[in-house]
Design a protein around this ligand. Sequence first.
Ligand SMILES: Nc1ncnc2c1ncn2[C@@H]1O[C@H](COP(=O)(O)OP(=O)(O)OP(=O)(O)O)[C@@H](O)[C@H]1O
Ligand SMILES: O=C(O)C1=C[C@@H](O)[C@@H](O)[C@H](O)C1
Ligand SMILES: [Mg+2]
Length: 188
Amino acid sequence: MQSSDVNLYLVGFMGTGKTTIGRIVAHRLGFALLDSDHEIERKQGKSIPQIFATDGEAAFRAMEKEFVDGGHQRKRTVVACGGGLVVQPGNLEVLRESGVVICLHASLDTILRRTQGNRNRPLLDVDDPMERIRTLYAIREPIYNQAGTVILTDGRPMLDIVQHVLRAYRREASEFARSAAAKAKHGR
Ligand SMILES: Nc1ncnc2c1ncn2[C@@H]1O[C@H](COP(=O)(O)OP(=O)(O)OP(=O)(O)O)[C@@H](O)[C@H]1O
Ligand SMILES: O=C(O)C1=C[C@@H](O)[C@@H](O)[C@H](O)C1
Ligand SMILES: [Mg+2]
């Protein structure tokens, strides 16, 4: 695989900007954009809150797994992942084998501000969303921190974040392509 074809996976907590930044980065790279949440909604014909309410979170996590394992293109695609996608065992390993993984980070206050007043994240549609953010973040933080290069987004203009993502992606895509070529040569 050429380094210019390697997929980019954006991971991180809700509200860190994966969908928003992913759209701009995909445009800059001339890549397709896939958003795991939107793909699942399209396939199910239901919104995420409806899926959580009628099928339950475990069913949603199985849909995410299906997306990761077989439901997406492996070339020239930016994938904006749902916030909890890499938390499930096994998913991060598949993403790492399929391309470059970059994690967007924001402080808890920023996350609250960016997600407030929006009811399409069922896990935060509770009386005390900050308490829920704190609890979920404490569980997930170690996973996000080892998922890939972390890009800080607090108080940064979108285009500044886009530049940082592109720089990290280009560097890591070359390494990914080199390592994929070496594995292919040695039959592994
Ligand atoms: N760097 C930024 N500065 C200001 N606002 C931002 C920034 N990044 C994202 N936002 C805003 O925050 C909100 C949430 O962003 P977005 O939907 O991209 O997050 P996400 O990481 O995809 O969340 P989820 O995991 O729930 O899908 C949007 O309204 C977006 O415009
Ligand atoms: O962090 C999470 O667990 C979630 C994030 C969103 O992107 C959606 O995938 C859903 O609301 C769950
Ligand atoms: Mg998103």
